[in-house]
Write a protein that binds this ligand. Structure first.
Ligand code: PHE
Length: 339
C-alpha cells in the first residue's frame, strides 16, 4: 500500500511538468484527485490495511493529497496571472498621445440674463422665492383679483389641467403664495418658467418671467420707478431711459407698462424697435389693496408695488436674438454665436 502511494506521489510530481495550460491542469486534477482518481482508488483499499498500519497510511494519503492540491492551486494562479498579463499587453494605452482638447463652454444667454437680474435684485435686499409650475387656479388668478370667468383671463392663454389646476401663466402666482406666509415688510423676486398657449417668433408656449414684489408701510410709485430704473440700467447700460405708460392689470392699481431705450439703436429708431426708439418690456404697478387683503396683509397699514417681465424677451433684446424659439432648440451653432 505504502509503495502504491509512493508511486502516486512520484507520478504526480513527474506529470506536473507536463501541465502547460488550463485544460491539461483540469485533466491532471481529475487523474489524481477526482472520484475515479488514483488517490481515491487507494483509499478504497484501506479496508485491507491492518489496523496498526492505518494511521500511518492515512497520514501519508493526506500528505500526498495536500501536496497535489497546493501544486494545482499554484498552477491555477500562474495561468491566471499569465492570462491577465496577456490582456494588459494587448490593451496598451498610450498616455503620451496628445489629447483632442476641450472646448470651453459658456452660459446660455437666458442664464446670463437671469444671473444679472437676480444678482442686481439680491444686492438691494430682495429674497428669491420659488413656487410650483403646476398651480392652483386660485393662486394664478383668483388671489390676484381675477375671479373665475373674468374677461381679464383672456390676456393669458392658459393651459388648464382641470377646472382648478393649470400650468402657471405668470410668476405672480408665487407672490400670491408668498403674501400668505411672509410678514411685511418684505422684498421678494420670483424667477421661473411660465406657460401660455402661444407660439410664433416672439412667443413660446414655455417662457421665463421674473416678478418682484415689495411690501412695506410707505412704498409709492416713485420707489417703483427708481428701483426699475436702476435695475434696467444695470441690465442694459447706464444710458438706458425708461418710459412709463398707464396700463391695466387686475392685480395692480394704478398699473403701468414700462418701455426701455432700444439697446440696438440707443433710441435713434431702428427695425427692432419699429422706429420708436423704445421697447416695451415690463408690467408693473401699485398692488391692488384687495390683493393684499386676500394675501392676509393689512392694506390700511401696508402698501406694495410689483413688477414683472419676460426674461427671454430681455435676453432677446440684449443679444439681438430674432426668434425666441432659437433659445430652446439647443442648436450648438446658435449657442456658440451667443458666447
Ligand atoms: N404678471 C403680469 C404678466 O404676466 C406682469 C405684471 C407683474 C404686471 C406685476 C404688473 C405687476 O403679464
Amino acid at each position: 500500500m505504502i509503495e502504491k502511494l509512493q508511486k502516486i506521489k512520484e507520478n504526480a510530481s513527474a506529470e506536473l511538468s507536463g501541465v502547460s495550460d488550463k485544460a491539461t491542469l483540469a485533466a491532471y486534477k481529475v487523474k489524481f484527485l477526482g472520484k475515479q482518481g488514483a488517490l481515491t482508488e487507494v483509499l478504497r483499499g484501506m479496508r485491507e490495511v491492518s489496523p496498526e498500519d492505518r494511521p500511518k497510511v492515512g497520514a501519508l494519503v493526506n500528505e500526498i493529497r495536500d501536496a497535489i492540491e497546493s501544486a494545482v492551486a499554484a498552477k491555477e494562479r500562474e495561468f491566471e496571472r499569465a492570462e491577465l498579463e496577456k490582456e494588459l499587453a494587448s490593451s496598451f494605452i498610450d498616455i503620451s498621445e496628445p489629447s483632442k482638447g476641450h472646448e470651453k463652454g459658456a452660459l446660455h444667454p437666458l442664464s446670463r440674463v437671469y444671473e444679472t437680474l437676480i444678482d442686481a435684485c439680491v444686492n438691494i435686499g430682495f429674497k428669491v422665492v420659488d413656487g410650483p409650475e403646476v398651480e392652483l387656479d386660485y393662486y394664478n388668478f383668483e388671489a390676484l383679483n381675477v375671479p373665475k370667468n373674468h374677461p381679464a383671463r383672456d390676456m393669458q392663454d392658459t393651459f388648464f389641467i382641470s377646472d382648478n389646476l393649470l400650468l402657471r401663466s405668470q410668476t405672480s402666482s408665487v407672490q400670491a403664495r408668498a403674501m400668505k406666509s411672509l410678514t411685511p415688510p418684505f422684498k421678494i423676486i420670483s424667477p421661473g418658467r411660465v406657460y401660455r398657449n402661444d407660439s410664433d417668433a416672439t412667443h413660446s408656449p414655455v417662457f421665463h418671467q421674473m416678478e418682484g414684489l415689495v411690501v412695506d408701510e410707505n412704498v409709492s410709485m416713485a420707489d417703483l420707478k427708481s428701483m426699475l430704473t436702476s435695475l434696467m440700467r444695470k441690465t442694459f447700460g447706464e444710458n438706458t431711459e425708461l418710459r412709463f405708460r398707464p396700463s391695466f392689470f387686475p392685480f395692480t392699481e394704478p398699473s403701468v407698462e414700462v418701455d426701455v431705450t432700444c439697446p440696438t439703436c440707443h433710441g435713434e429708431g431702428c427695425r427692432i424697435c419699429k422706429g420708436t426708439g423704445f421697447l416695451e418690456l415690463l408690467g408693473a404697478g401699485i398692488v391692488n389693496p384687495k390683493v393684499l387683503e386676500m394675501g392676509g396683509i393689512d392694506s390700511k397699514k401696508y402698501r406694495g408695488f410689483a413688477f414683472g417681465f419676460g426674461v427671454d424677451r430681455v435676453a432677446m433684446v440684449k443679444d439681438g436674438i430674432g426668434d425666441i424659439r432659437s433659445m430652446f432648440r439647443n442648436d450648438i451653432r446658435f449657442l456658440k454665436q451667443m458666447k
